[in-house]
Design a protein around this ligand. Structure first.
Ligand code: ZN
Length: 294
């Protein structure tokens, strides 16, 4: 079972009219102003998954500042999940800075069968992850509806890249301290937060925090896969950041990173299965069907 925990899909009408959206959102322009930066539809993602033997992917749109654009992306994600119910799990995007409007959209996403919120982009959307006032309503709504949270993170050091932002380990750790009940997936290894899990007082705070490997090939040497496996084998979620990277390429590099086969299996899908509560969900579905059949 291989699950890619971090993929972006974009509605075909946004792909077709990309230039208009570059004007509407500065962060989108930063990331996709370069015509080489690819956008992908759900169909294209499925083709890439099939080529790599990926069973299922977590899909989301873009972290827009404007809630109208968030709603539009969420519509597309819900539609994609309805079209590929066995292949895709959807996350919804909201802007926590929008307050009550964001909470209403979280409720709509939960009712539409989405399993989480993300990829939050605090720098692009205009808030901080450790701003208790801004984040509390969103976290509360996520907890009410049993939704996961996934945020963009980045390294406080190293090269700059479009969309890097400033959600660094100190901010992530403060979030975990403020909201210990929320399950948080930190993209891009949490900008290095995973290394601080070697500190006992940090790892105690991070019991509901996980790390995805999105974009890793552009950030770290492949040694990171085997190293992180030594102290956090249950916390690493295979992820590509597709269409930035194809699953085929990332899986090959993870296999070459030489780690115990059981650990690799956990990273590629076992951990995701647990975080997404897939075992419980299929049991619930079966019960739901029984109830409705009566
Ligand atoms: Zn990201």
């Amino acid at each position: 079972m291989i699950i890619d925990f971090h993929t972006h899909i974009t509605a075909p009408e946004i792909i077709a009219r990309r230039d208009e959206y570059l004007v509407r959102d500065a962060w989108f322009r930063d990331l996709y102003g370069n015509p080489q930066a690819r956008l992908s539809s759900a169909e294209q993602l499925i083709v890439a998954m099939d080529a790599a033997g990926v069973d299922q992917s977590v899909v989301f749109g873009f972290g827009w500042r404007d809630m109208d654009l968030c709603r539009r992306d969420n519509d597309y994600v819900m539609e994609a999940v309805a079209r590929y119910p066995d292949r895709l799990f959807g996350f919804g995007i909201v802007n926590p800075a929008a307050g009550a409007e964001a909470v209403r959209e979280i409720e709509r996403c939960a009712a539409g069968g989405l399993l989480g919120l993300g990829e939050l982009m605090p720098d692009g959307q205009g808030y901080r992850l450790d701003d208790e006032k801004a984040m509390a309503p969103v976290v509360e709504a996520a907890l009410d509806h049993d939704l996961l949270l996934l945020t963009h993170c980045s390294e406080p050091v190293g090269h700059l890249y479009p969309g890097k932002g400033t959600v660094t380990p100190d901010e992530v750790i403060r979030f975990a301290r403020l909201f210990p009940g929320a399950t948080l997936i930190c993209a891009h290894w949490g900008g290095g937060t995973i290394f601080y899990e070697l500190m006992p007082e940090v790892s105690r705070l991070m019991c509901n925090v996980y790390y995805d490997t999105a974009a890793s090939l552009y950030l770290y040497q492949d040694d990171i896969f085997g190293l992180a496996a030594r102290w956090a084998p249950g916390k690493v979620l295979f992820a590509t950041d597709y269409p930035l990277l194809t699953p085929q390429r990332v899986i090959r590099r993870m296999r070459e990173a030489r780690m115990p086969e059981a650990t690799l299996r956990r990273m590629l899908g076992g951990n995701a299965w647990r975080v997404l509560k897939l075992g419980q969900r299929s049991a619930c579905d079966a019960e739901g069907k029984e109830v409705s059949a009566r």
